[in-house]
Design a protein around this ligand. Structure first.
Ligand SMILES: Nc1ncnc2c1ncn2[C@@H]1O[C@H](COP(=O)(O)OP(=O)(O)OP(=O)(O)O)[C@@H](O)[C@H]1O
Ligand SMILES: [Mg+2]
Length: 241
């Protein structure tokens, strides 16, 4: 694994108009790593992902692969390879599974390679292969999350931002989903930042983790360090560890 900081965030502030949500976050993510963002409701986890993909106004510095990108629009961030799978997935229920996936490739023109990408994505999510022509709205929650991640992969992302992929899914489906995210990270070397309520699973998949509270990072470390921290164990993991 390369140790280059692919993403470098320094003193990041963000919010919604007068409502300030992030109060000076600083952290880095090495290329090819999975980073988990943990924290209670309202801590600013979603806002952090929105800040990283240009959806909210920011103050501070965001460097991606050595380039300063703070303040760039979502479209510019997508061009740089930042793919965002938002809370609630954002797939198009009326469109077919294949149409949703191909939409993810909207900024590519090379049809042969797009077809190859599609085959690769379907290898990660074989269940979608059987439903290619069906309306996305008819998929189960887990399949829709797979579709949303698959669509993000069609962008050929270098940085994949996942916002609570397990929301509303059963433990078995959630586990399956994280296994696929792990495989994608291993095979594609995609850098991943995942916001997740299921701290056990997130920490099992991630290399590093940051705990966010009221817009500040209160704890950072390797996944193993975070798992071993008493505060995290009490707040998020119960006594099962
Ligand atoms: N569009 C918005 N306009 C104004 N305030 C917002 C908006 N979205 C979120 N907020 C506020 O920003 C704060 C952080 O919200 P955010 O959604 O980032 O938290 P979160 O950690 O993702 O929470 P959750 O675990 O519930 O998803 C909250 O106080 C929330 O009310
Ligand atoms: Mg959220």
């Amino acid at each position: 694994m390369s140790a280059d900081p692919y993403l470098l965030v320094t003193d990041l502030h963000a919010g919604y108009g007068a409502a300030k949500v992030l109060h000076g976050l600083s952290f880095s993510v090495a290329e090819g790593e999975v980073t988990a963002i943990l924290g209670p409701n309202g801590a600013g986890k979603t806002t952090l992902l929105r800040a990283l993909c240009g959806m909210v106004k920011v103050r501070g510095e965001i460097e991606l692969g050595g380039t300063s990108v703070a303040g760039r629009a979502p479209e510019a961030m997508a061009r740089l390879g930042v793919a965002h799978v938002p809370e609630g997935r954002g797939t198009f229920g009326q469109l077919s599974v294949e149409e949703n996936l191909r939409l993810g490739a909207y900024r590519h023109r090379d049809r042969v390679r797009i077809d190859a990408d599609l085959r690769r994505v379907l290898d990660y999510f074989p269940v979608l292969k059987e439903r290619l022509g069906e309306a996305a709205g008819g998929l189960s929650g887990g399949q829709q999350q797979m579709l949303a991640i698959g669509r993000a992969l069609m962008l050929r992302p270098t940085l994949l931002l996942l916002d609570e992929p397990s929301l509303g899914l059963s433990p078995v489906v959630t586990q399956e989903l994280f296994q696929i995210v792990h495989t994608i990270n291993q095979e594609e070397r995609t850098t991943v930042i995942v916001v997740e309520q299921n701290a056990h699973l997130a920490l099992a998949t991630a290399h590093h983790a940051h705990v966010l509270e009221t817009g500040r990072i209160v704890l950072s470390g390797t996944a193993a360090e975070i798992r071993a921290d008493e505060r995290v164990v009490q707040s998020y993991l119960g006594y099962q560890v």
